[in-house]
Design a protein around this ligand. Structure first.
Ligand SMILES: [Zn+2]
Length: 304
């Protein structure tokens, strides 16, 4: 199975952003938010958004958004201002000129603040579903977008549909015997000196723990004992939720790459990982804004 894309956005702050989910059932919430001059809008065209500076999003007033958008309520800022998404399909030319141009989430996500990155991920994830899933999967009729953009109701068969999220596991492997080594792999799609965690999508009917055991054994040859959950990160390529774990090997000597997705596996000492995190090694580790970096750095600091 193809490994999911590696997320590169800051992990959300502990104080969760308010998605205002309780307001979605109000059929007038979008209209009243669009009439409020305090409301701020993030325009997304597929996975692209306008930038105010090279490291910040360009927020707009509702009245300045071009016609033709699908609208959704993303949440409320601490000051109470509503935040809306105005969703447009992919466009070859920018919809309008932005102060610092337009950029995709993949390109700019790591440079944004945690709050902007989180809202951008939310807008792209929801927007992709709004654009890609207009028809009822049960009967094929065109559905109506309801609940402030968060569900679709079929006027023909009455079913209600919600945005999908595909869980994927991401794992760093600890040793059966030596607390000071960690197993990472090098993916065939990367440069040969780049190492990261093992990852793959959860299959239909599979638990997260079973997915960890299966993917780790497939990619690294390692049978896994204890599996510990460490955190998660949403990533809308295409609609993943990366669920991070540390897993303990039963036998370190079994490590070998699958030769397809993973071309090399290597046990790194704590000192080597420290050098890698500091950018002072002959190999590279995942970027600071990824959940893979967090799994590796927490293990290195002894806090995982
Ligand atoms: Zn239907």
């Amino acid at each position: 199975m193809t490994a999911p894309d590696s997320p590169s956005v800051p992990l959300p702050a502990r104080a969760e952003w308010d998605r205002a989910a309780a307001e979605r059932a109000d059929p007038d919430v979008l209209e009243s938010a669009r009439a409020d001059t305090a409301t701020r809008v993030l325009v997304v065209s597929a996975d692209q958004a306008p930038l105010a500076t090279p490291t910040s999003l360009s927020w707009m007033a509702p009245a300045d958004v071009p016609d033709g958008a699908e609208w959704a309520l993303l949440g409320r800022r601490p000051d109470g201002a509503a935040v809306l998404a105005a969703v447009f399909p992919a466009s070859e030319d920018p919809l309008f000129a932005a102060p610092a141009g337009w950029a995709g989430l993949r390109t700019i996500g790591g440079a944004l603040s945690a709050e902007d990155a989180g809202i951008f991920v939310e807008a792209v994830s929801l927007g992709r579903w709004i654009l890609d899933a207009p028809h009822c999967p049960a009967c094929g009729a065109r559905t109506n977008l309801v609940d402030a953009g968060w569900s679709r109701r079929c006027p023909n068969c009455g079913r209600q549909h919600f945005p999908r999220t595909d869980p994927a596991i991401i794992v760093a492997i600890t040793s059966a015997t030596d607390p000071d080594v960690l197993l990472l792999g090098s993916n065939a799609l990367w440069g040969s000196d780049r190492y990261s965690c093992f990852a793959g999508f959860v299959e239909a009917g599979e638990s997260l723990e079973a997915a960890v055991r299966r993917e780790v054994e497939e990619e690294s040859g390692i049978a896994v004992g204890t599996v510990r959950y460490r955190g998660s990160q949403a990533w809308p390529y295409p609609r993943s939720l990366m669920v991070g774990f540390l897993a303990a090997a039963r036998d370190d000597a079994a490590a070998r790459p699958d030769g397809e997705e993973i071309v090399a596996v290597r046990w790194f000492t704590r000192a080597e990982i420290g050098a890698g995190l500091a950018g002072e090694a002959d190999f590279t580790l995942p970027g600071r804004t990824s959940i893979a970096h967090r799994l590796i750095s927490e293990w290195h600091a002894g806090t995982a």
